[in-house]
Design a protein around this ligand. Sequence first.
Ligand code: DAK
Length: 258
Amino acid sequence: MTDESLVLSTIDGRVAIVTLNRPKALNALSPALIEQLIATLAQLEANDSVRCIVLTGNERSFAAGADIKAMVDATPMEMYRDGAISRWAKIAQCSKPIIAAVSGYAFGGGCELAMMCDMIIASESAQFGQPEINIGVIPGAGGTQRLTRAIGPYRAMEMILTGSTISAQEAFDYGLVNRICPVESYLTEAVKLAARIAEQPPLAVQLAREAVRAAAERTLREGLELELRNFYLLFDTADQKEGMRAFIEKRKPNFTGE
Ligand code: DAK
């Protein structure tokens, strides 16, 4: 962990905490920061001892969006060639569950980044928004799709067309966040939640996550087929035998990840 790093990571047991570290720019997501985030996530994916990841910023800002200063003079072809689209897609495709611990601003790409995660724990000061319209563009990393699925078309339309932001309470009421915690404890609560998930049999976690995610992308019939396929697949794991035997023998299961 070095001070110059735009992304820091620590591992606590089976949980990794990844921190966006560009505080002076409110964690604006520059191409370099995104590259470091992808590299960090790739390392954590390759580390078998890590079962769940918490992604956070700081109290004032989770991330205030993609770096406007890096985009202002770009041409469409520069934006396209830059590879930003595939970089962002890599984050969304991380194979381990990610919990966003959000305090302060989650705007534009910051809100999109939080929504790429599997769960969102918000501090009381969290604010969410897709304010791209205010600077002459529209969301480009999934905001029009994920926000609409999360909070419904009417609320999403209002936010995206006006650039207005919502408070943590509104985000909770609309179903965008799992829970709201005091600023002092939102990160600890996210880590506790991650630790609970990290105790579960990892293959079941992975296949359940894949099936839940499919609900946003596939038809009901396709989603049900995937769910059933994943359900059957788990009968090929030692953790399924262990989990069911432990229940019958009235003891705590010892999951090995096999
Ligand atoms: N980019 C660059 N710098 C930023 C920034 C951003 N998004 N947000 C804040 N900063 C910088 C400010 O310029 C300022 O820097 P200095 O002037 O000190 O050098 C510093 O952070 C502190 O910001 P403020 O002085 O503005 O702080 P305030 O507390 O007054 O205001 C604020 C905080 C969050 C309300 C304000 O900074 C703000 O409105 N920021 C911009 C929010 C925004 O518009 N976000 C959306 C950006 S567009 C894509 C992938 C992603 C995207 C698009 C495409 N592809 C895959 C194709 C995403 C696009 C976006 O996110």
